[in-house]
Design a protein around this ligand. Structure first.
Ligand code: PGA
Ligand code: ZN
Length: 396
């Protein structure tokens, strides 16, 4: 493909929280690739730095001057160049948001020019072995922690339909969501939605949402077909060396015991960030004690070195993949490759501040990932991602 970058442009758009974010377009060979960058709220402290949107737009204008004429079929060279032009470890000079926008928009226009679907193009450029799984949907129906203004400290309660049929999974989750809504209305008298479209419950009981979810699954006639998982985002309630839940403080061992009880009572199969983001050893203890999956997110931040460290310390069974934690597509794919080569599953994830972009669905499909985590399907920015997975499955 002897095509070259003709122009790179960026503009400001609003994300699902109504906050400004960046949309980047790369033009080449009469085609355009566009990517809009999401943003997190409960961020890991080792994530790349997103800068102010107007400054990021200026960074993209600078990149346009430098990268015009750059060849189109070399993602690795483009990303190395972006990293070198920024020159900082956390991408704070040009902005991780600006770099990621350019990096993914470049891949998207590359896919278009080669006449391939994005997931096919990713398979071609990455050389990552596929686990040949159909991604399961991790659908967040109860929002706590930093995604809500409730006293509930656990951040996300997911239903994970077991079926390999993605449309059926989506329908099951929607059914559970409407049954759950009836229960929430009855118990709390009001429906409030959090950042990711799940219900916000005015309770500090971490068990209450599990009780309601179990009941909603039963009321939907889906018992035995749905698994439950959590993203507790433990760093967000780790204060002065203790985990603070309601008016109680927990030592690490006590928290692991709490998880053990919840696991045996509700059959939870997986917990993301069960302990704070520096406790690689604690994650390993958690795995030994609970015998369920530990998922790294704030722990690993899609950073190949941290993923590797988590693997060496036996901290994780699966890893969350979020391109905007690390800032370029090549580094994202590298984190996935490191996980893959060590038998660790990947769950591709959105951010709590999202856009209409569906790139992450292609990323989850491309390498047969364990899951796609994209919030509750009642929000359009979340639904389009699940719909894109359906579309790929139905038309492949
Ligand atoms: P964030 O949360 O996008 O606000 O960081 C998502 C998560 O923790 O998985
Ligand atoms: Zn998380």
């Amino acid at each position: 493909m002897d095509k070259r970058i003709e122009k790179i442009e960026a503009k400001e758009i609003l994300d699902s929280r109504g906050k400004p974010t960046l949309e980047v377009s790369v033009y080449a060979g009469g085609m355009t690739g566009t990517f809009s960058v999401p943003s997190g709220r409960s961020k890991g402290s080792h994530e790349m730095v997103s800068i102010d949107v107007q400054k990021a737009i200026a960074s993209v204008a600078h990149l346009n001057d430098t990268l015009k004429g750059f060849s189109l079929d070399d993602q690795e060279s483009l990303d190395s160049k972006l990293i070198a032009l920024d020159g900082t470890k956390d991408k704070s000079k040009l902005g991780g948001n600006a770099l990621l926008g350019v990096s993914v928009a470049y891949a998207k226009v590359g896919a278009k020019l080669s006449g391939k679907e994005i997931f096919e193009y990713l398979q071609e450029i990455a050389g990552i072995e596929s686990f040949n799984k159909i991604p399961r949907l991790y659908i967040n129906l109860v929002n706590g922690g930093e995604h809500s203004r409730s006293p509930l400290v656990f951040q996300e309660y997911h239903v994970v339909p077991e079926t390999e049929n993605i449309r059926e999974a989506l329908e099951q989750a929607s059914r559970i969501q409407s049954k759950l809504q009836e229960l929430v209305e009855k118990e709390f008298g009001v429906i409030i939605l959090g950042d990711e479209g799940g219900f916000v419950l005015n309770t500090s009981s971490v068990e209450k949402p599990l009780e309601l979810l179990a009941q909603a699954i039963k009321n939907s006639d889906l018992e035995g077909k749905i698994k439950l998982s959590l993203d507790v985002a433990a760093s967000s309630f780790f204060k002065n060396g203790k985990y603070v839940i309601g008016n109680k403080e927990y030592e690490k061992e006590e928290l692991i015991n709490l998880y053990k009880n919840l696991v045996s009572k509700y059959g939870i199969f997986s917990i993301e960030d069960p302990l704070q983001e520096e406790d690689f050893e604690g994650f390993a203890e958690f795995r030994k004690e609970t015998k369920i999956s530990a998922v790294g997110d704030d722990l690993t931040v899609t950073n190949p070195e941290r993923v590797n460290n988590a693997i060496e310390k036996k901290s994780i069974d699966a890893v969350i993949i979020k391109p905007n934690q690390i800032g370029t597509l090549t580094e994202t794919l590298e984190a996935m490759r490191v996980a893959r080569e060590n038998g660790v599953d990947c769950i591709v994830s959105h951010r709590s501040g999202e856009t209409e972009d569906t790139f992450i669905a292609d990323l989850a499909w491309a390498f047969g990932c364990l899951g796609l985590k994209a919030g509750a399907p009642n929000q359009e920015v979340r639904k389009v991602k699940y719909e894109r997975l359906c579309q790929i499955q139905e038309h492949k």
